[in-house]
Ligand binder design. Structure first.
Ligand SMILES: NC(=O)c1ccc[n+]([C@@H]2O[C@H](COP(=O)([O-])OP(=O)(O)OC[C@H]3O[C@@H](n4cnc5c(N)ncnc54)[C@H](OP(=O)(O)O)[C@@H]3O)[C@@H](O)[C@H]2O)c1
Length: 239
């Protein structure tokens, strides 16, 4: 895909991976619709990007937001070519301690909201005859570690829908991908008493800019090449 002047929606753009991907796609000349709850961070990001960006602040678990994002892309920039469906949270812990309500809120953000945006994006892109949907899964969308089962389950759910949508997209001009990061240096793991970097003895984590470069690589493949899954992890992450 030639990225210049194409339009991408990025969820979770106020921080971490979403921010890294926003910078990489803006450097490739794409116009962006940025969303997350923290408007100030989105405004600051939009102000420093080299291309145009529209900010739509909101809670991605609001059922009305996914359609609003697609409408904003089309009304502001004329199309919706890429959806980077990325916002997510991580709640982990032992059964005796884990906050069940927080687990259920995680399911709403990591599964319900991701499903809503993915399905609406598919409808739009299939009608359009082109587009690229990337859902952020995780290495934990492919395996479970003790205490991470509820989070991993949300990512397994993302993997299942992504694989189905990939099959539905075949022959339509639309491509669908699950992005599976290993440990990336963001705020996602801030709640761990011992950061996984230390417990897994990883010297250097993947950076959000590395994920940005990876997403750009996927999008820049020619029309006949799909990258349905991509696992990106620190070189010294053993599991
Ligand atoms: N970091 C890793 O090692 C890693 C590994 C595998 C997969 N992932 C996945 O990568 C994605 C991005 O995470 P990250 O690592 O970049 O973490 P992060 O730095 O904590 O960023 C999370 C983003 O999601 C947004 N978000 C969270 N809840 C939201 C809500 N209810 N409504 C709207 N936006 C919401 C946050 O924005 P606001 O707080 O401003 O709303 C923020 O922009 C997640 O899906 C995560 O599961 C991360």
């Amino acid at each position: 895909m030639e990225l210049r002047d194409k339009v991408a929606i990025i969820t979770g753009a106020s921080s971490g991976i979403g921010q890294g991907v926003a910078v990489a796609l803006a450097e490739a000349g794409m116009k962006l619709v940025l969303t997350a709850r923290r408007k100030k961070l989105l405004d600051e990001l939009a102000a420093k990007l080299p291309t145009e960006a529209a900010v739509v602040a909101g809670d991605i678990a609001d059922p009305a937001l996914p359609q609003k994002l697609i409408d904003t892309a089309v009304e502001t920039f004329g199309s919706c070519d890429v959806v980077f469906n990325n916002a997510g949270v991580m709640i982990v812990g032992k059964a005796q301690e884990i906050d069940i309500e927080a687990v259920c809120r995680m399911v709403r953000v990591n599964v319900e909201a991701v499903y809503r945006l993915a399905i609406l994006a598919m409808r739009h892109m299939i009608d359009q005859g082109s587009g690229y949907l990337i859902n952020t899964s995780s290495i934990l969308g492919t395996k479970v570690r003790e205490t991470t089962g509820a989070y991993a389950g949300t990512k397994y759910a993302v993997e299942a829908l992504t694989e189905d949508l990939r099959m539905q997209a075949a022959g339509t001009g639309v491509r669908v991908c699950a992005l599976e990061p290993g440990l990336v240096e963001t705020h996602l793991q801030d709640h761990f008493p011992v950061h996984p970097r230390d417990s897994l003895n990883i010297k250097q984590l993947v950076q959000p800019a590395d994920i940005g470069r990876t997403v750009r690589f996927m999008l820049e493949q020619p029309d006949h090449v799909a990258v349905p899954r991509i696992l990106v992890m620190p070189a010294d992450q053993g599991m």
